[in-house]
Design a protein around this ligand. Structure first.
Ligand code: UDP
Length: 226
């Protein structure tokens, strides 16, 4: 991601989970967004499983919250300018303050909530443009955040934009992550399911993701997977 930031272009980073993969299979627009991402990480047990079926062993699951923590911990030759967009009013600013406290290598250059009306979109985009961040974190849930980034990335000119789901809520202390052992065992989704039962829809996509991978394998397209 540091290379992407310094490469001069504009890049979208996607943390791909099973629900997103399942939806992308039937939504050409979202599929195009995922396929055109400069970097996509495997963010879920379903995606790791699909990789195995296709003969691709991903080293580990990489959720947005970890990706951001590692990027900022790594540091750059100058402080990274970060803009946070998303979550309920006040949460992005609190998440930004938490990040700035944890990492001296960043400068938070702006924060905005993710419940703006369609009419306010241009003003939001303008604030981001004027803040000229290196990294734009968008936490509006999928597929809204991925679609928003895809629609605006070229006009924003931000080097790296990432959809980070519920990361701001975690950083601001509003929601908690699963214990480490559950994360390591690939069971974070079980923890989230117990905390937020409406997430059964996400967990329910695993059989579909497995089926898509099996179909892909039968079609002999495994070699196309990276
Ligand atoms: N959110 C938002 N705008 C919306 C809908 C959601 O900013 O119109 C925020 C919400 O407050 C939460 C995040 O997006 O902070 C969604 O987190 P979730 O964990 O549901 O993300 P997912 O795992 O669905 O990508």
């Amino acid at each position: 991601m540091l290379e992407l930031i310094h490469s001069g272009g504009v890049h979208q980073v996607v943390t791909l989970n099973g629900a997103m993969l399942a939806r992308a299979s039937g939504d050409p627009g979202l599929r195009e967004t995922v396929n055109s991402a400069s970097l996509a990480t495997a963010d879920g047990a379903g995606v790791l499983l699909a990789g195995r079926i296709l003969g691709v062993r991903f080293p580990e699951r990489v959720p947005g919250v970890d990706l951001v923590a590692h990027l900022f911990a790594r540091g750059a030759d100058r402080p990274l300018r970060v803009f946070l967009l998303g979550a309920r009013p006040g949460v992005a600013a609190a998440a930004g303050a938490a990040l700035a406290k944890q990492h001296r290598s960043i400068a938070v250059v702006g924060a905005d909530h993710g419940y703006f009306a369609a009419g306010a979109e241009a003003a939001v985009a303008d604030r981001i443009r004027r803040a000229s961040p290196d990294v734009l974190l968008v936490a509006m849930g999928f597929p809204k955040q991925e679609e928003w980034i895809a629609a605006h990335r070229d006009s924003l000119g931000v080097p790296v934009a990432i959809g980070v789901g519920g990361t701001f809520d975690v950083l601001a202390g509003l929601s908690r992550r699963a214990p480490r052992w559950m994360q390591r065992a690939g069971l974070e989704w079980v923890y989230r399911l117990v905390q937020e039962p409406h997430r059964w829809r996400t967990a329910a996509t695993i059989p579909l993701v497995v089926w898509l991978a099996v179909k892909e394998r039968i079609a002999g397209r495994a070699g196309a997977a990276r």
